[in-house]
Design a protein around this ligand. Sequence first.
Ligand code: SF4
Length: 232
Amino acid sequence: MTISELDQKIAVEIDLCREQIDAYAQMGLRLFASSSFQSHSIPMLHILSRLGEIDIPIYFIQTGFHFPETLSFRDRVSKDFGLRVVNVSSPISLSEQMGSGPHMLFASNPDRCCHFNKVLPLQLALSENDVWINGVRKDQNSNRASFNYEEKTAEGKIRFHPMLNWSAEMIEHYSKLHKLPVHPLHYENYVSIGCQPCTRKVSNYESFDEREGRWQGLNKTECGLHTQLIAK
Ligand code: SF4
């Protein structure tokens, strides 16, 4: 795609996002966004930060297992963009999450660990709001490729996916254009950065899948936010 085609496509997507968020705000709906503060999440945060009067809190799911670099990157980006970050965590303490065996839950049962530490906090956020804005993209995996711009949760809350039709190329172009900050671990061959125990460096940084490096060795590609919190 040429630079001008990329610019045009991005401008259309940003306009659609603005119009939809304006419409939600006019309906009096309570909006929030979630972000894991990875480099590829930053364009959506940048766009939301420039919406003017509409206050959209950014929920960060504090699992307790993030890299310290992610926490400092979150703080830096939120300060630079003027974001109102709300940290949310599991209603079940980590000590209560220890099973009877010697291993932490992420080692013995990662699906359950993700349920406790990611799905439950987001469910609580949904219970206090009407619209959840999140940055899933169709080109990230086959699950997300099946999503629509707007979906519902099982409880009828709205999921809004403003980045759905963005490609990795558009993300990269927008990030360069606006000189957006880069997560420090990207310079150490991490491409998808989640909780520390479940994230690995990629071997070939020149050719990788964007979700590579997560839950390596397991047949797991999602934490549950985008498989459980969506109406079937
Ligand atoms: S990504 Fe790993 S550590 Fe984080 S909640 Fe899921 S299983 Fe637990």
